[in-house]
Ligand binder design. Structure first.
Ligand SMILES: NC(=O)c1ccc[n+]([C@@H]2O[C@H](COP(=O)([O-])OP(=O)(O)OC[C@H]3O[C@@H](n4cnc5c(N)ncnc54)[C@H](O)[C@@H]3O)[C@@H](O)[C@H]2O)c1
Ligand SMILES: O=CCCC(=O)O
Length: 491
């Protein structure tokens, strides 16, 4: 059932281009479904590559004037957008739950999280510092500026329909870049709501454009972004194989790129950890959005001294989950996005069981609730020949390994091409410090399972990608350093 929005303007069904709701001439459409009920929410135009090219041109034209706006104006618009998101918190959260299926409390958290990037970059916008540098010749001076890279293409995933776009657009707006955003075809409504609010916040026409493309037409749109000489940077959040494809496709135009890709996050629980805390926080990490975040724990390594106790405490908590429609009172976990996501969990469970893993909590499909509802599995005695060791499940499977020594667990944790997040639970400072340093991950979270924040440099190493979103580094990804040499400066 459609949620009642206090502000009906937040529900839009057209692309947003050049400050207007755009009447697409495309003959094709696509449907957006509520994954919890499978009801159609809305039918949207499936824009053609020609329309995407036109929208890119508009984004590029707008850059010529937007890049000259003052940092103080941009800061004000960003702050307005933050305020507007917070004022419309309930409606924005309802739209997320409706199109993504996550429970309302998670959706509220997502809106606050996404809004916090606009707040953060409203402040950072004014601090886009350059340097003065003394070269070898004492009569010359070097001055550097950080200039906006140009119009940027933002390609966003389904799992945070609001916050991923916000995390990319906020630093872009702050430095003077214009944006063309393509949301995931399954969850485009939050981006349209954001476009409406960005317009209300005062951003000039053409600064923020949202194009609409079905899942099937997405590769053609991606190619258009990559091959366009007008787009100077692409920021992508999604899986590693798609990231690699976009990187390759962009080589002809040598774009600047940010790649926030897949992970395979380990959690390490040492014997000396605060066990209550480790259990509670491992649950929070593993089952946030039912396992559909790139920083969700994929592998749980528990030291032998606390292995059995940890598993028993962990399982008790999982059994208390209330799975259901994200809008329903008391629901702790919603549904998965689609059947492909469910098959992936099943594939990992079946593979692990066939190789000797043991069931601690039996999960599986919950057809009475709907086609995409899935109860979590907890499996123990996982080994490194199992699929879940090597691939991200991106769903509700907690795979628990036993380990003996620090050296052994570090070797196992790093035995993956991915390197996004990792977690360490220990009360020993020495262990925490040395293990954190040696883990091959862009972000190590110590004694907490929920660590992301606008202040954090978010990003990975290895095949989890490159670039840092948020934090004091976030604007760097959207700027290029311009150097000016002042010659023959004499006293
Ligand atoms: N590192 C991060 O910040 C982060 C955040 C969220 C998700 N992810 C990763 O994303 C994956 C799950 O998300 P997913 O299944 O939606 O991933 P995906 O790579 O299949 O899709 C991501 C987005 O890219 C689009 N896409 C797919 N093919 C494309 C193409 N050829 N050109 C342009 N765009 C294309 C999709 O429509 C979607 O919007 C996981 O691996 C997860 O770890 C990473
Ligand atoms: O899924 C990726 C983003 C997760 C987060 O930013 O907390």
């Amino acid at each position: 059932m459609a949620p009642q929005l206090k502000n009906p303007h937040l529900f839009q069904s057209k692309p947003f281009i050049n400050g207007q709701w755009y009447d697409s001439k495309s003959t094709k459409t696509f449907k957006v479904y509520d994954p919890a009920t499978e009801e159609v929410i809305v039918e949207l135009p499936d824009q053609t590559p020609e329309e995407i090219a036109e929208a890119i041109k508009i984004t590029s034209n707008a850059f010529e004037t937007y890049k000259k706006t003052s940092a103080h104006d941009r800061s004000r618009w960003l702050r307005n957008l933050y305020n507007l998101m917070m004022e419309n918190l309930d409606d924005l959260a309802a739209i997320i739950t409706w199109e993504n299926g996550k429970c309302l409390t998670d959706a509220i958290g997502e809106v606050k999280y996404g809004a916090s990037y606009f707040e953060w970059f409203a402040e950072e916008a004014k601090r886009n510092y350059g340097h003065t540098i003394q070269p070898a010749n004492p009569n010359n001076k070097i001055v550097t500026y950080k200039q906006p890279v140009g119009p940027v293409g933002l390609l966003c995933p389904f799992n945070f329909p609001s916050a991923m776009g916000a995390r990319k657009a906020a630093p872009a707006f702050a430095v003077g870049c214009t944006c063309i955003l393509k949301p995931d075809g399954q969850t485009p409504l939050s981006s349209l709501a954001l476009a409406y609010l960005a317009d209300q916040a005062g951003f000039p026409k053409g600064v923020f454009n949202v194009v609409l493309v079905s899942v099937e037409s997405t590769p053609a749109c991606g190619l258009e972004f990559c091959e366009s000489p007008l787009i100077k940077k692409i920021s992508f959040t999604g899986s590693t194989p798609v990231g690699k494809l976009l990187y390759k496709q962009s080589s002809l135009t040598l774009k600047k790129m940010s790649m926030e890709l897949g992970g395979n996050a380990p959690i390490i629980v040492f014997d000396d950890a605060d066990l209550e805390l480790a259990v509670e926080q491992s649950i929070a990490s593993k089952f946030r959005s039912l396992g559909q975040t790139c920083v969700c724990a994929n592998r749980l390594y528990v030291q032998s001294g606390v292995y059995d106790k940890f598993i028993s405490m962990f399982a008790d908590k999982v059994r208390q989950f209330k799975i259901g429609n994200g809008f329903d009172e008391g629901v702790t976990h919603g549904c998965l996005i689609n059947t492909k996501a469910m098959r992936k969990v099943e594939e990992h469970v079946e593979d692990a069981l066939s190789k000797g893993a043991l069931i601690v909590v039996e999960g599986g499909e919950l057809p009475k609730l709907g086609k995409h509802f899935y109860a979590p599995y907890v499996l123990k005695d996982i080994t490194n020949d199992m699929k879940v060791h090597n691939e991200e499940t991106f769903g509700p499977l907690a795979a628990i390994f036993k380990f003996e020594t620090k050296e052994e667990v570090l070797k196992e944790c790093n035995a993956t091409p991915y390197g996004l997040a990792a977690y360490v639970f220990s009360e020993n400072l020495n262990t925490v410090y040395t293990v954190s340093e040696d883990l091959e991950a862009g972000m190590v979270s110590v004694n907490t399972g929920l660590f992301t924040d606008a202040a954090l440099p978010f990003g990975g190493v290895k095949e989890s990608g490159f670039g840092r979103e948020g934090s004091l580094y976030g604007m760097d990804d959207y700027t290029v350093v311009k150097s000016m040499v002042l010659g023959n400066v004499y006293r």
